[in-house]
Design a protein around this ligand. Structure first.
Ligand code: FES
Ligand code: FES
Length: 150
């Protein structure tokens, strides 16, 4: 049976088995390679996307759960948003592996807390690992983006 869902606002479908991973569907069928495979076990956030507005790790989501769902990947976020600009300015990205997941976690965080405290920023990103930046630039980028939007 064909699965029907929307990805970045576009209707799409898949004939893959219901236990196929959302991460593989995005990367291999749709060629949306922004979501990365890190741990493959739900521990690093490199594969994070928004599913019906909620931050999820796409390596843990089977396609069978997605009939009628709306998925947003990093490719669906504006390239020149306050958040993207702030990540560049504040040194929130280095190798870039974690950046798509961080940006989606930040998007979910800012939707819930438009002016987040440092504690809320830390909590919003606690499922996303970065091996390069020491997190300071990432936290600063999110605070800057929140200021700019406000
Ligand atoms: S690859 Fe999905 S959480 Fe690490
Ligand atoms: S920028 Fe390299 S893992 Fe975060």
């Amino acid at each position: 049976m064909t699965l029907r869902l929307k990805v970045n606002g576009e209707p799409c479908g898949s004939e893959s088995p219901p236990d196929a991973r959302l991460l593989d569907f995005l990367r291999e069928e749709l060629r949306l390679t922004g979501a990365k495979e890190g741990c493959g076990e739900g521990e690093c956030g490199a594969c994070a996307v928004l599913l019906d507005g909620q931050l999820v790790n796409s390596c843990l989501i089977p396609l069978g759960q997605l009939e009628g769902a709306e998925v947003v990947t990093i490719e669906g976020l504006p390239a020149d948003s306050p958040l993207a600009r702030a990540f560049g300015r504040a040194g929130g990205t280095q190798c870039g592996i974690c950046t798509p997941g961080m940006m989606l976690a930040a998007t979910a965080l800012l939707a819930e807390h438009p002016r987040p405290s440092l504690e809320q920023i830390r909590a919003g990103l606690d499922g996303n690992l970065c091996r390069c930046t020491g997190y300071t630039g990432i936290y600063a980028a999110i605070a800057e983006a929140a200021e700019e939007k406000a």
